[in-house]
Design a binder for this molecule. Sequence first.
Ligand SMILES: *Cc1c(COP(=O)(O)O)cnc(C)c1O
Length: 423
Amino acid sequence: MATSEELHKRRVEAVARGVGSTIPAYVDRAGGGTITDVDGREWIDFAAGIAVTNVGNSAPRVVEAVRAQVERFTHTCFMVAPYESYVAVCEQLNALTPGGFEKRSALFNSGAEAVENAVKIARHATGRPAVVVFDHAYHGRTNLTMALTAKNMPYKHRFGPFAGEVYRVPMSYPLRDGGLDGATAAARSIEMIEKQVGAENVAALLIEPIQGEGGFVVPAEGFLPALREWATAAGVVFVADEIQTGFCRTGDWFACAYEGVEPDLITLAKGIAGGLPLAAVTGRAELMDAVHVGGLGGTYGGNPIACAAALAAMETMRELDLAAAARRIGAVMGERLRAIAAGDPRVAEVRGRGAMLAVEIVVPGTLTPDPAATAAISAACHAAGLLTLTCGTYGNVLRFLPPLVISDDELGRGLDILEAAFG
Ligand SMILES: *Cc1c(COP(=O)(O)O)cnc(C)c1O
């Protein structure tokens, strides 16, 4: 087998430079809480392919379901010749997502595509043009979703012009907004929407209940419910982007449930199918069904292999109670992270929920972000065999997203490496 170094040389000659990788190692196999490269080096996985392999890599039920489906048929296109698994995934999403009302779902390939379709549906159903998003938001890399995403480098730089009718308002970010309470932070955002856009022009308010790429920012309690209440009164479609927070990651099936928020539409992807590409928009039947027949779709959306994997992944989440597993991981990890923070003035905050935790790194005694220290800690983790990711508008957040099936031993060893990396 080629070595990681050999593969890297080939990659440089074959793969576009714009596609980056966190580690220069090439994967041979992965499962449970580890990734092994072609040279036999092992990393403890605190990334889960960016919150995708919540059920683990090659989870047994997923492997079995995919194998069986590949043998029956690989693709007919649901828009041409439909099949049961697509319907079954939609039934399950309608039942599992927050909100006791009648729902419908549509399936797509990627998170960005789900977000684009949620905006299409909200605009179509309301007849309004504007979309409101938040500081630090991340919603994808297509043209519309770049417009919805906040951060220039690396996501938007020189890729414009961007789609119009997108308006950005402040996020509740307790560490950096002086600890505004949720209601006050929401009132500030709402006033800006009303003054600068006009509620009657707004089709959708789109928000991650806990921000992902933007830095695992957890809004102050009350922020999401206040926005939900305003959206209802203003006839604005409340869209929760749960692409990173969904499927047991935060200790609930979906993060909105924590404060009892019921979105009108919810976008889903990442953790949905154990690593196979699948995405969904789920929401109120009257919004979803407002769109004319043929108005939604795509060649591969709801591919039968991905649907089989999603059904198996959701069954695994139920069977192993991965929401409870996420809460357990969060308790163990949170305690260790708080101990690190207590001894290291560079850690401004430990935050997140369940198995979606992060630390924000600053210059001691200030709130000045320290992306260089963040990168150094991250590099020390990678060198010592722990795969971690960074995020945040200022590049100064270390985030931890282990697979929810990680063993206690692997979790503990990963946290030992992390602690050592802080020195
Ligand atoms: C990853 C992500 C997306 C984009 O999903 P892709 O599958 O990469 O297109 C959108 N929103 C959030 C919150 C995400 O974390």
